[in-house]
Design a protein around this ligand. Structure first.
Ligand code: HEM
Length: 321
């Protein structure tokens, strides 16, 4: 036997001795087991059975798969953010830069591919199969909200109209959560009632959201930046990465998404209602939501013009209506 093989066997022997296991039995198991294949390793067969259209309309699988792809990117983002938020890894300046840059790459990929939605489906087909999806909506993406909790203080997620007023009163986490922008956003325009989409979402996820919102309140990215030394806080690469994250998650992706919603749902006689039933025109544009994870990294002017210039350019003025 080659010396390197003997060395590896010695290491295995030591490991199995320590755990009180029999190395010979383990080697027999290894001898009998199959080689791993690509398709088993990435669970390909399962993955490819997860697309279950509700209609026979041919473009519906595109809609399903692109949502699934997006959720995987959200999962990748949480894979970077959660270890920080749970303090499993130490949030040094270098660690923050490394992880935030990864998340930025994921969101960049999502923003740059959103035209798969905007241009890649027949509008008439989309408008038909969406009727079979009511009241489901991407609004109900829990990972999207967890990315927010892991990134910023709850104070920054309060609906902009009451943000200053609520925050002035030194509110507890429960009050902040009740005033979060999306709770208020998903309302039926005429009655002000919560949409069924929101009711379903709350019923399923409120316990999880409250748990994470509380647990990460003092360990989200914003808080972790505040814990750095004064010198590290001013690090240009870190500031650039955090600002890029704010832009990617709170301006660029929402604008690509809003532009797509406008393309499909607007410009027809009765302005199609969203499947989630929201007043989406007044809700989705980033300049109305003014979600900013790291307000301390933006000037007053940048904050007041959040999402504005870009939206007018990209939507041909739709948001100005
Ligand atoms: C043709 C494509 C799409 C259209 C027309 C569309 C439309 C909408 C509309 C109208 C809303 C407002 C809530 C409602 O009433 O339903 C919404 C919310 C949302 N959608 Fe989409 N959407 C599209 C694709 C996507 C994709 C691919 C994702 C990826 C997961 C997504 C994720 C979201 C999220 C996270 C929200 C909540 C945004 C917020 O609260 O600010 N959407 N969408």
């Amino acid at each position: 036997m080659k010396p390197e093989v003997v060395l590896q066997l010695d290491k295995l022997q030591a490991k199995y001795d320590q755990d009180g296991q029999d190395l010979a039995s383990m080697l027999e198991g290894l001898h009998l087991s199959d080689y791993i294949s690509y398709w088993d390793y990435i669970q390909l067969d399962t993955l490819l059975t997860l697309q279950k259209p509700r209609t026979k309309i041919v473009d519906e699988p595109i809609f399903i798969m692109y949502h699934q792809i997006t959720e995987l990117y959200f999962k990748l983002s949480l894979h970077e953010l959660e270890p920080l938020a749970t303090r499993k890894v130490k949030a040094t300046k270098e660690e923050l830069v490394r992880r935030v840059k990864r998340v930025n790459r994921y969101f960049e990929a999502l923003s740059n591919s959103f035209h798969i939605m905007a241009d890649g489906m027949e509008r008439s087909q989309f408008l038909a199969f969406r009727m079979a999806l009511i009241p489901a909506s991407g609004f109900q993406s829990a990972q999207y909200r967890l990315i927010e909790f892991a990134s910023t203080a709850l104070e920054n997620l309060v609906k902009v109209e009451v943000r200053a007023q609520v925050n002035e009163q030194n509110p507890d986490a429960q009050t902040l959560y009740e005033n979060i922008y999306w709770m208020q956003g998903a309302t039926v325009e005429e009655s002000g009632e919560k949409t069924l989409t929101l009711k379903q979402f709350e019923a399923k996820y409120t316990p999880l959201f409250m748990e994470k919102a509380l647990a990460w309140r003092h360990s989200n990215l914003s808080m972790l930046w505040h814990e750095l030394s004064a010198e590290d806080q001013q690090d240009k690469v870190l500031i650039e990465a955090l600002r890029a994250l704010d832009y990617q998650v709170n301006v660029d992706w929402p604008l690509q998404h809003y532009r797509t919603a406008a393309q499909y749902l607007a410009r027809q006689p009765d302005d199609a209602a969203a499947t989630g039933g929201t007043n989406w025109r007044n809700y989705l544009p980033p300049r109305f939501q003014k979600r900013i994870f790291f307000p301390f990294l933006w000037s007053e002017q940048e904050q007041s013009e959040w999402g504005k210039k870009w939206v007018t350019q990209q939507t041909g003025g739709l948001s100005e209506e």
